[in-house]
Design a protein around this ligand. Structure first.
Ligand SMILES: [Zn+2]
Length: 282
């Protein structure tokens, strides 16, 4: 694989009950950090994977029906934590982001999307189709707030299945080489959300598999501890979700040195995240 540099950051969090997120968990609140990644590619420059929460979440959920979303997930975010503000602090201009890979369209992953007007947005076909089909007023029921998406989304998207180099994969059926240079490999991890994807990359030190919400806690992979069945209601397909978990498990068995990074698994991400870009030397 062509090596890239990786930085991981948080832009806010929401609170969830531990026993909802993992079987056998306690009746306590746990932080669901909105993780995002900044990748430095040798020729494509800076690339974002997901974009965290922004203040726009609060505006978008002021009124019903979207308010129902905010009532279910209590979001905590300081303005200084937004990706845009962190970029400013680290002297990278938003306009210099030319590519964003979106794992799925839930609000904690696309909150900052409107801040990057020059970026091409890489998404799976199923994720985009769902966004386009859902009426604005019903979108919240699938975890999507259309107010967070750029008006020109459709003219800026690049559909992964149509524009990447596709080859066969023994676990994931297909693998999608985003730029055709082996630097960013995308796998389909659908289930939690329609067309959810994960991103595999390699730095000088390690390989990372950013699996977004395909599992919420690394224990789902290591100890078979799935979320409570109650969350099925909010998942696009529980059946596909379980299939994707099994694929990640198999991947882990065959590639145990690759660090699996679930977006909301703080035990995994707390030690990887920093405020100063690339300071953790991942
Ligand atoms: Zn999420």
């Amino acid at each position: 694989m062509i090596e890239v540099k990786l930085h991981l950051g948080y832009s806010g969090f929401c609170l969830a009950k531990e026993h909802h997120t993992i079987k056998g968990g306690g009746n306590i609140d746990v932080k669901f950090n909105a993780l995002w990644a900044l990748i430095q590619h040798p020729s494509k420059g800076y690339i974002l994977f997901d974009t965290g929460y922004t203040q726009r979440f609060f505006k978008a959920t002021k009124k019903y029906p979207n308010k129902l979303y905010a009532n279910l997930t209590k979001v905590v975010l300081k303005e200084s934590e937004e990706v845009k503000q962190q970029m400013k602090k680290n002297k990278i201009e938003c306009k210099d982001i030319k590519h964003i890979v979106i794992s799925h369209f839930h609000a904690d992953h696309v909150g900052g999307l409107k801040d990057f007007e020059n970026a091409q947005i890489h998404v799976s076909k199923a994720a985009l189709d769902q966004v386009n089909k859902l009426p604005k007023l019903l979108a919240f029921s699938k975890g999507i707030l259309k107010e967070l998406l750029p008006n020109n989304l459709n003219s800026r998207v690049s559909i992964i299945e149509e524009n990447s180099l596709i080859s066969e994969d023994s676990i994931f059926n297909n693998k999608y080489d985003l730029f055709g240079d082996g630097s960013l490999i995308i796998h389909n991890l659908t289930g939690h959300a329609a067309g959810q994807i994960g991103l595999l990359l390699e730095t000088k030190k390690n390989k990372y598999f950013l699996v977004a919400d395909a599992c919420w806690n690394i224990k789902a992979i290591l100890e078979n501890k799935l979320p409570s069945p109650i969350v099925r209601l909010f998942f696009d397909s529980w059946k596909d979700y379980k299939k994707s978990i099994l694929k990640i498990k198999k991947f882990h068995e065959e590639n145990s040195s690759v660090i699996i990074v679930p977006t909301h698994c703080a035990i995994t991400t707390d030690k990887l995240v920093s405020n100063t870009f690339f300071s953790n030397d991942l």
